[in-house]
Design a protein around this ligand. Structure first.
Ligand code: CMX
Length: 433
């Protein structure tokens, strides 16, 4: 048993005992009430699942196993000559609850490198798709095609005991996370660089190697990728990509099928696809105004025009957060430290000043502040990655870390099939009488 799996097993054995006795003694305790507004309104705030890896507070933002993003930047191991955290470290923390040592993270980088080979049929499948297939559809298809490698599905077919589900899911998780950067980079080079593929450089870490395979060897871009793939990894369990992965995984679908479903959910414009929509919005604005340095008045007028035409302002608002997203602020900090004079980044900062009062003025938007997607595209454009239809794939590679860790926890704790209750309009009419 490898060192990470061993720690995970020990931690989960402890938690299993706690959950069992907790449910025995307090299983009937009421923890929530649900209003009709919540039933009609996308189940906002309804407490309905346990998510070990992270927790989202409306005011404070995300904490991973209790650590906020500034603390992660301080405490997670980094690569020499870089200050940004390695996503390997966050994966370790989310899975075990313990901060890893530099040696643990090196081991994990090597382990993912060892497991990273992608089956030829996945490349063949990607090559067979029409050129206009959106990169997120390609990612989803590629992940489904790799299901042929699923340890869980193979062992299940052989009659695996339910006590071993967690082990097979851990193996699938490690293999899938290891393969994702290779597959994602392949999609990028195939879609935008005539299928001119770049071989992995196995001396690099998971994120650095991903940047390299995309074709970007600027050390600052690698640094950005380490930070980017860390901060997008998890946002508790209720967001659409996490919840979808959780729901599909609860049927005992393999990690491959569950993650592909989560990626399909991330691909919607109200969720992860907002990162492409933000930069599209900015490009449209710059083109219409014939400038790369619009004034705040010009930005305000353009934003108002979009709202008047019945559109949302992408990158703004959130279903839970009620403050500027710390993930936005973290990316802003990266830009301030590394590329303070970037024109496109300055447009994002001006939008940050202009958009919130306009949204507040509508009187209905619960959170007028920027979310994670408001900043990421401008950083990528600055480094030359301008193909914005690809942006959500980067988000997806990162999000895989959190949702797959949580799938491991769901399997080890033996969470059952998820099956909430729906109601009819007749029931609603009856209940309000
Ligand atoms: N621009 C314009 N209107 C907005 C808005 C925005 N950015 N955010 C919310 N609103 C509107 C809603 O459309 C809704 O209008 P109606 O009552 O006319 O339908 C009203 O304000 C109330 O919505 P809310 O309760 O504040 O927000 P929700 O929890 O329903 O939705 C979200 C949250 C993110 C879908 C919404 O803010 C939005 O559409 N934002 C733009 C898309 C975006 O950036 N998504 C990425 C989120 C982060 C992520 O998952 O990656």
């Amino acid at each position: 048993m490898d060192r990470l799996k061993k720690i995970f097993k020990e931690k989960s054995d402890e938690l299993k005992v706690e959950v069992k006795s907790l449910l025995k003694e307090h299983g009937g305790k009421k923890v929530d009430e649900v209003t009709l507004r919540q039933v009609f309104g996308g189940m906002r705030g309804v407490k309905s699942m346990v998510w070990t890896a992270s927790n989202l507070d409306a005011e404070e933002g995300i904490r991973f196993r209790g650590y906020n993003i500034p603390q992660l930047r301080e405490k997670l191991p980094t690569r020499s000559n870089d200050n940004e955290p390695l996503p390997e470290g966050l994966f370790w923390l989310m899975l075990t609850g313990e901060l890893p040592e530099a040696d643990d993270v090196r081991w994990l980088s090597d382990e993912w490198e060892r497991r990273g080979a992608v089956p030829q049929h996945t490349y063949d499948l990607l090559d067979s798709l029409p050129d206009n297939t959106h990169p997120m559809a390609q990612l989803s298809a590629a992940i489904v095609s790799m299901e042929s490698e699923s340890v869980f599905s193979a062992r299940y077919a052989e009659g695996m005991s339910k006590h071993d589900y967690w082990d097979a899911t851990y193996e699938d998780t490690m293999n899938l996370v290891a393969k994702l950067p290779r597959v994602a980079a392949y999609i990028y080079r195939k879609s935008f660089y005539g299928n001119d593929q770049i071989n992995p450089d196995n001396r690099l870490d998971w994120a650095g190697n991903f940047a390299h395979q995309l074709g970007y060897d600027d050390p600052k871009f690698r640094s950005l990728m380490r930070l980017y793939l860390t901060i997008h990894a998890d946002h508790e369990g209720g967001n659409a990509s996490a919840h979808t992965t959780h729901l599909v995984g609860s049927t005992l679908s393999s990690a491959y099928l569950a993650l592909a479903s989560g990626m399909n959910s991330l691909a919607g414009p109200l969720h992860g696809l907002a990162n492409q929509e933000v930069i599209k919005f900015i490009f449209e604005m710059l083109e219409e105004l014939c400038t790369d340095d619009p004034s705040k008045e010009q930005i305000a007028a353009f934003v108002q025009k979009k709202l008047d035409s019945g559109k949302v302002i992408p990158g703004y608002g959130h279903a839970v957060l009620r403050q500027p997203d710390p993930r936005f602020m973290t990316q802003k900090g990266f830009a301030e430290r590394n590329i303070p004079d970037s024109k496109i980044v300055n447009v994002v900062w001006n939008l940050f000043e202009v958009v919130p009062p306009i949204l507040e003025g509508l009187g209905k938007v619960k959170n007028p502040w920027p979310n994670v997607d408001a900043h990421s595209g401008a950083l990528l454009v600055h480094f030359g990655l301008k193909e914005y239809t690809y942006y959500t794939v980067l988000f997806g590679v990162s999000r895989a870390l959190g949702v797959l860790v949580s799938l491991c926890w769901s399997r080890v704790l033996g969470f059952p099939l998820e099956r909430p209750k729906s109601v009819t309009m007749d029931w609603v009419r009856e209940v309000i009488k």
